[in-house]
Ligand binder design. Structure first.
Ligand code: NAD
Ligand code: IPM
Ligand code: MG
Length: 359
C-alpha cells in the first residue's frame, strides 16, 4: 500500500527544513523501496497569504484524507499584527484540534556525538533519553472564556482559562503509562497542584489511572521544580506527562540538553494512531532564508512518522542511523557546531543524511 503524506512547509525556515526532509523521503522512495506519495499545502502565514485563512479548508480536507501529516513551522513577525483568528499560530492550533491530536510526544535524546554541544556537562547529561508527553488539545490554549476586554472602570484586562475534564486527563495519563511500559517504567506527572484546582484534578485522575499500571512507578512534581530538575539532573526522568502549556515550555528547555532546539522532533497523535509530525521549534525568523537552520529535528520527525503512523520501523531505523553517521562524520549546522567540526548548511545537512542512508 502506498502511504499518502501531506506536507505543510509553513513559514520562515519551514520550507527550508521541509525541503531537506522531503529529500530524505525521496531517497527512501527511489532507492529503498518505500511506497509513498505526498502533496503539499499551505498553512499558517502561507495559508493566510494563499486564502485569507491560517488553516485553509482545502488543507484541512487534505490532512484528513492523508495517512500522516508533516509540518515545518508557522509564524513570523509580519503576521503578528493580524487579527487574532488570522494569526499563523491559530492555524496550527486548529489543525491539532480538528484532528484530535491530543498526545504530543517530544523525545529529548542526546546523541553522544553532540555531548560537547549540550548545555550540561557530559557527566550529567551523557546518555540522556527522556520522553515528554504533552497534552495538546486542552488547557489554556483552548479554554473558554478567553479574550481581552474593558472593565466598567475603563481598565483593560486579558484572560484565558485552563480547563481539563476528567476524560481528557484520563486519556493522556493512559498514554503516559503505556509509553512508560515500553521504556523504563517510570512516569513523572508534572502539575501545579499546590496552586491550581485544575492541577489537583489532574493529579487525582493520574493516581486513579495508575491503578491499571502497577508495574509503572509514578511520581508527581510541581512544574517549577520540574524545570529546575530538568537542568539539574535530567536523567532522573524517563517519561514526563504534563498539560499543554507546561509541556510546551519544558520541551524547549529539554531541547538545550540535546545541543539545540534544532534536534527535537515530535509526534502529535490521535487515538487511532494517525499523526502530525513536526520539529518542536518555530519558524526562526531570525535565520529564515539563510540556509543555516538545522533540519535534523524535521528529518527525525519523518522517522517518527514512519515508525508511529506508517508501520515502517525499518525505514525509520534507517533515517536515525543515517543521522548518527553524519554526526560521526563531524558535520554540524551552525547551532550544534563545536570546534573541530565541519559547518554545513541546511541543504548540505539534508544531502549528507541522504548519502548516509545507504551506508
Ligand atoms: N510549531 C511551530 O510552528 C512553532 C513553534 C514555536 C514557535 N513558533 C512561531 O515561530 C516564530 C518564532 O518564535 P520563537 O523565536 O519564539 O521560536 P523559534 O523556535 O522559532 O526560535 C527560537 C530560537 O531558536 C533558533 N532555532 C529554531 N529552530 C532552529 C533550527 N532548526 N536550527 C537552528 N536554530 C533554530 C532560532 O533561530 C531562534 O534563535 C513565532 O511566530 C512563533 O509563534 C511556531
Ligand atoms: C506556535 C505555538 C502555537 C506552538 C505551541 O505553543 O504549541 C509551539 O510553541 C509549539 O511548541 O509547537
Ligand atoms: Mg513551543
Amino acid at each position: 500500500m502506498t502511504h499518502k503524506i501531506l506536507m505543510l512547509p509553513g513559514d520562515g525556515i519551514g520550507p527550508e527544513i521541509m525541503a531537506a526532509a522531503t529529500a530524505v523521503l525521496e531517497a527512501l522512495k527511489s532507492d529503498f523501496g518505500l511506497q509513498v506519495e505526498w502533496e503539499e499545502a499551505p498553512i499558517g502565514g502561507a495559508g493566510y497569504d494563499a486564502s485569507g485563512e491560517p488553516l485553509p479548508q482545502a488543507t484541512l480536507d487534505l490532512a484528513r484524507a492523508a495517512d500522516a501529516v508533516m509540518l515545518g513551522a508557522v509564524g513570523g513577525p509580519q503576521y503578528d499584527t493580524l487579527p487574532w483568528e488570522k494569526r499563523p499560530e491559530r492555524g496550527l492550533l486548529a489543525i491539532r484540534s480538528e484532528l484530535s491530536l491530543f498526545a504530543n510526544l517530544r523525545p529529548a535524546i542526546l546523541y553522544p556525538q553532540l555531548a560537547s554541544a549540550s548545555a550540561l556537562k557530559p557527566e550529567i547529561v551523557g546518555g540522556l533519553d527522556i520522553m515528554i508527553l504533552r497534552e495538546l488539545t486542552g488547557g489554556a490554549y483552548f479554554g473558554q472564556p478567553r479574550g481581552i476586554d474593558t472593565r466598567a472602570d475603563g481598565v483593560r484586562q486579558g484572560y484565558n482559562t485552563i480547563i481539563y475534564s476528567e476524560p481528557e486527563i484520563e486519556r493522556i495519563a493512559r498514554s503516559g503509562f503505556e509509553i512508560a511500559m515500553k521504556r523504563d517504567r517510570r512516569l513523572c506527572s508534572v502539575d501545579k497542584a499546590n496552586v491550581l484546582e485544575v492541577s489537583q484534578l489532574w493529579r487525582d485522575v493520574v493516581i486513579e489511572v495508575a491503578k491499571e499500571f502497577p508495574q509503572v512507578s509514578l511520581s508527581h512534581m510541581y512544574v517549577d521544580n520540574a524545570a529546575m530538575q530538568l537542568v539539574r539532573q535530567p536523567k532522573q526522568f524517563d517519561v514526563i506527562v504534563t498539560e499543554n502549556m507546561f509541556g510546551d515550555i519544558l520541551s524547549d528547555a529539554a531541547a538545550m540538553l540535546t545541543g539545540s532546539i534544532g534536534m527535537l522532533p515530535s509526534a502529535s497523535m490521535d487515538a487511532s494512531g494517525k499523526g502530525l509530525y513536526e520539529p518542536i521549534h518555530g519558524s526562526a525568523p531570525d535565520i529564515a532564508g539563510k540556509n543555516i537552520a538545522n533540519p535534523l529535528a524535521t528529518i527525525l520527525s519523518v522517522a517518527m512518522m514512519l515508525r508511529y503512523s506508517l508501520n515502517e520501523a525499518a525505514q525509520a531505523d534507517r533515517i536515525e542511523a543515517a543521522v548518527g553517521r553524519v554526526l560521526d562524520q563531524g558535520l554540524r549546522t551552525a547551532d550544534i557546531w563545536t570546534a573541530g567540526c565541519d559547518k554545513v548548511s541546511t541543504s548540505g545537512m539534508g544531502e549528507a543524511v541522504v548519502a548516509a542512508l545507504a551506508d
